[in-house]
Design a protein around this ligand. Structure first.
Ligand code: HEM
Length: 326
């Protein structure tokens, strides 16, 4: 199985179960959009240059958005049509699209236009697609290189969940070590070097640094999460460092590293993102026995040259170990 957010394994190309070409195209387009969030773009500073598209970003972005729209638009348009003609979708549980469509303003009129709903749907995909998969890929890579840690997490799962069922959300309070592993991966391996860019709306001073109104503020996720003044031996993957914390979770309100950030622009999906991350890590660890391909003793933990993704997507062998799944 090849892990990795932008890389799909599990036999997609050779007929075995796995994501199909449409899913691959959709996710790749989402990652293309994400890859340009922090890119330097001359026309951000000199808007007159936009027409020249000097860096080519506009062309790349338009192509990726076209792919996203190709998959989203028919679903959104069809759902809106059903709401207009049938007043909703009775035969299926309501989802977030139904919520967007049925929101009303104080005069009882639809709150969001179709274009706004499409933008919200795309935003949710961009915000959700990368963090949990990146965290779990790095957690697995680090754990495969430190078998004691891997063993401890598996022992905990064996003890709490056992071999007769799958991990459920209700197990999470009893899986502190697994949660510490996820938290440690998020600290050491954030998806991006910086938090989303913000502009300060007033003059302010933070820990002695004056930040004038209108400044572009970029918080360094690696600068915080790998800060040796805060984290002992910061480059070492060591889940035990979180074990003394009262309640191991992924949130970090003191910003000793950035998980969901905070304040008014903090992540709105922190709870869901936490559950997705725990569930993914717990299920892959619980349902399979993991090993490295023949001839490999250690996972190469290098980062890509221009990003924080694994330079070489994690490639590990998974042997099913729950009898009711085989
Ligand atoms: C482990 C998973 C996740 C992590 C680590 C994460 C992290 C973040 C971070 C660091 C930000 C930027 C905050 C800032 O600008 O200060 C953010 C923003 C955001 N996140 Fe998440 N996120 C995760 C999952 C999700 C999920 C599942 C959703 C949606 C259901 C989501 C929706 C959003 C949205 C919409 C924003 C933009 C908020 C705004 O600008 O107002 N995130 N996230």
């Amino acid at each position: 199985m090849i892990f990795g957010c932008r890389h799909f394994g599990m036999g997609a190309k050779d007929g075995r179960p796995g994501p199909g070409p449409e899913e691959i195209e959709h996710v790749e387009a989402a990652f293309t959009v994400l890859s340009l969030i922090y890119a330097f773009c001359a026309s951000d500073f000199m808007p007159n240059l936009r027409i020249l598209d000097i860096d080519g970003h506009e062309r790349i972005m338009k192509k990726a958005i076209k792919v996203i729209n190709k998959y989203h638009d028919p679903i959104i348009e069809e759902r809106m049509r059903r709401w207009r003609t049938d007043g909703g979708v009775d035969d299926e549980p309501e989802d977030i699209l139904d919520v967007f469509i049925s929101l009303k303003d104080d005069k009882g009129k639809p709150l969001l236009t179709m274009e706004e709903i499409k933008a919200q749907a795309a935003e949710l995909i961009f915000a959700t697609v990368d963090n949990p998969s990146n965290t779990v890929e790095w957690a697995m890579a680090e754990m495969l290189n430190q078998p004691d840690i891997l063993r401890k997490a598996i022992d905990e799962l064996n003890h709490v969940v056992g071999p007769h069922r799958l991990v459920e959300e209700s197990d999470f309070p009893n899986l502190p070590y697994l949660k510490a592993c996820a938290r440690e991966a998020l600290r050491l391996h954030p998806i991006a070097p910086f938090n989303l860019p913000h502009v300060s709306s007033t003059d302010t001073t933070v820990t002695g640094f004056f930040i004038p109104k209108g400044s572009q503020v970029l918080l360094s996720r690696v600068g915080l999460g790998r800060n040796p003044k805060v984290w002992e031996d910061p480059m070492r993957f060591n889940p035990d460092r979180h074990f003394n914390e009262k309640n191991v979770g992924l949130d970090e309100p003191d910003l000793r590293f950035i998980s969901f950030s905070g304040g008014r622009r903090g992540c709105i999906g922190a709870q869901l993102g936490t559950m997705m991350t725990y569930m993914l890590l717990a299920r892959v660890l619980h349902a399979f026995t993991w090993s490295l391909p023949a001839g490999e003793e250690l996972v190469n933990l290098s980062e890509e040259e221009h990003s924080l993704f694994m330079a070489k997507p994690l490639h590990a062998l998974a042997k099913p170990r729950l009898y009711f799944l085989s």
